[in-house]
Design a protein around this ligand. Sequence first.
Ligand code: SAM
Length: 179
Amino acid sequence: MKTLPIVGTALLLVVTALAQEKKPDKLAPYYPTPESVVEKMLKLGELKRGERMFDLGSGDGRVVIMAAQKFGATATGIEIDGDLWKQSSAKIRSLGLEKNARIIQGNILAQNYSSADVICVYLLPGSNDKVRPMLEKQLKKGTRIVSHDFEFAGWKPEKTETIDDDGEGRSHTLYLYRR
Ligand SMILES: C[S@@+](CC[C@H](N)C(=O)[O-])C[C@H]1O[C@@H](n2cnc3c(N)ncnc32)[C@H](O)[C@@H]1O
């Protein structure tokens, strides 16, 4: 009976590896940021009314929606997953936020962020390594980048904020960078 969990874990690893082989563009699984942490990310990024915010891998659209609704920004999410793209786009429509919020169905690595004032990222360390050269090339001087939980190797954060407990017993670290 003891071998069962080991077999199960091995199977899970094989299935994950196969899934990644089929979706090599996938930079992170879907794992939403709690709403309270989203607000802290946007505050840390000093997002202001009328500014442009991009969420790289926008999931259910919560960062984009809060940026438009609560901060008055023009917000764009990029999402590779078709179901999440549909779900988040429908939510934006139902809230009447289409003028200031939209989700592009596509790959983070195939977009242009040169108009961004703030970039939000919740990916993985290896994914940040892939995204970093593109951001270094494209971003204008002064753009703020807020990364949830994972640092950008080679960049020095201007500020780091730790949330010890998000109310569900999870801790979070936010990193603010300025180009
Ligand atoms: C950890 S979740 C973060 C979701 C959201 N930003 C949040 O903080 O709640 C990462 C998201 O990135 C998306 N994603 C992964 N690789 C991507 C890629 N290459 N292009 C666009 N989206 C991607 C995933 O589908 C997932 O929804």
